[in-house]
Write a protein that binds this ligand. Structure first.
Ligand code: NDP
Length: 450
């Protein structure tokens, strides 16, 4: 405990005001205790001290001109956290809440997640405090071009390969790739999540959501349960939430909620996937418009949420899939889920449950799949996109989906077997963190003090 306390105290001093980053470090260090206590080599090589310090942090100005001719300025980030296992890999997030703390927490988590996939990828993350909502297509393009005018010199197909995240989809990746190509003259696989017309991989768009459901399936199978007939709470209405819902239907479950930052939708007969895609992927409008198509659904605006949590977690259901953003599920939400009989949680988002909420799940001894394991299908399929680009091949949907399933099964088994090895068979947080850590830490030791 002193070790964790000292590490956090040092981070607070040397990297002030980064609450989300401390939260991620604390969660991971807490579960690494058993391996740190029994393996002197990690302390001798100062592995933790090195791991919590990114290899490189790039912060830059992103100036652009809006449609009215006004000059706007945003902050851009790319944090190259750890390259022990391969090129830095991790998404770009465009959201007004983005700051150094959020990008660092995401980058830190990414290192462990990528290690868990078993694929040769290091960890990084980036983004900007830019709000794509309400911007015209031309504004999005000018912003992406300006962002790349700085970032292009730091990325490359064998050094750092960004992808999408909140606010960054195929459209933004297209504009960024175009500008990268113009500046460098290279047509290479420097981004993943590309359009299928020019180097993208089938299943990449669906991969995080599908993978999160496969992870739930493997957890349930281990407890002699299945997805068939289960009612499910899903939060978010973006890329991850939509394809979580799609896969849940395919496997016989019934997703009854989704949400955006304005409110939560509850549809007892099941969220209509076609309507959701039309609203969010095509028209890019608020979720409240769903009621115009389905008057039997209910909409709870964010202003009516309970003071201690989020309306989406207060409906009775069998399974929960947090797929929106960090810290969107509080301890009180977790208690409500447990009281309502939820048997499994599989996290599509990164760190959606607060640390207190995770404690509630672990104490209740229900299946809990932490984001860094359950949502790793996205980055794993990104690596499959890199492999296709490098070998100039295009694989079929079925082939990529099959590989995704195998990867998710391996991630689940790796986390579960490690949890068993350390005497806490149901603690996949501990299992995922130790399994990811061991791989990165041992590689770092073998590569010397760099
Ligand atoms: P999208 O931008 O496609 O969708 C995000 C969704 O979450 C939107 O419905 C958005 O609502 C909602 N949301 C975002 N911020 C907040 C907030 N502060 N409060 C309430 N709702 C919010 O992003 P993704 O679906 O790609 O990402 C969702 C999560 O999954 C993130 O945590 C991301 O890091 C994680 N993830 C994504 C991967 C990917 O492949 N895309 C891979 C692994 C993890 P609104 O539109 O109103 O803002």
């Amino acid at each position: 405990m002193t070790y964790i306390h000292n590490t956090i105290a040092r981070l607070k001093k040397t990297s002030p005001a980064q609450a989300e980053f401390y939260q991620a470090v604390e969660e991971i260090l807490d579960s690494l205790q058993p391996i740190l206590e029994t393996n002197e080599k990690y302390k001798a090589h100062a592995i933790i001290e090195r791991m919590v310090e990114p290899e490189r942090q790039i912060m830059f100005r992103v100036p652009w001109v809006d449609d009215q001719g006004n000059v706007q300025v945003n902050k851009g980030y790319r944090i190259e956290f750890n390259s022990a296992l391969g090129p830095y890999k991790g998404g770009l997030r465009f959201h007004p809440s983005v700051n150094a703390s959020i990008i660092k927490f995401l980058g830190f988590e990414q290192v462990f997640k990528n290690a868990l996939t078993g694929l040769p990828i290091g960890g990084g993350k980036g983004g900007a405090n830019f709000d794509p909502k309400g911007k015209s297509d031309a504004e999005i393009m000018r912003f992406c071009q300006s962002f790349i005018n700085e970032l292009y010199r730091h990325i490359g197909p064998t050094s750092d390969v960004p992808a999408g995240d909140i606010g960054v989809g195929a459209r933004e990746i297209g504009y960024m790739f175009g500008q990268y190509k113009r500046l460098t003259g290279n047509y290479d696989g420097v981004f993943t999540g590309k359009s299928l017309l020019w180097g993208g991989s089938l299943v990449r768009k669906e991969a995080t959501g599908y993978g999160c459901v496969y992870f739930a399936q493997y957890m349930l199978e281990d407890h002699n349960q299945s997805l068939a007939g289960k009612t499910c709470l899903v939060s978010g209405a973006g890329n991850v939430a939509i394809y979580t819902i799609e896969k849940l239907y395919e496997l016989g479950a019934r997703p009854i909620t989704c949400s955006d930052s304005s409110g939560t939708l509850y549809h007892e007969t099941g969220i209509n996937l076609a309507t959701l895609k039309e609203l969010k992927e095509v028209r890019k409008v608020r979720l409240a418009e769903y009621l115009q198509y389905h008057s039997d659904a209910r909409y709870i605006p964010a202003s009516d949420y309970p003071a201690d949590g989020h309306a989406v977690w207060r409906f009775p259901a069998d399974l929960a899939f947090p797929c929106a953003t960090q810290n969107e599920l509080t301890a009180q939400d977790a208690q409500a889920l447990v009281a309502n009989g939820v048997i499994a949680i599989s996290e599509g988002a990164n760190m959606p449950s607060t640390q207190d909420a995770v404690e509630v799940f672990l104490d209740a001894n229900i299946c809990y799949g932490p984001g860094k394991a359950a949502n790793a299908g996205g980055v794993a399929t990104s690596q499959l996109e890199m492999a296709q680009n490098a070998s100039m091949q295009t694989w079929s949907f079925a082939k990529v989906d099959e590989k995704l399933k195998v990867i998710m099964k391996n991630i689940y088994r790796n986390a579960r077997d490690t949890a068993v090895e350390f005497g806490e068979p149901n603690n996949l947080v501990l299992g995922a963190n130790i399994a990811g850590f061991r791989k990165v830490a041992d590689a770092m030791i073998e590569q010397g003090v760099v």
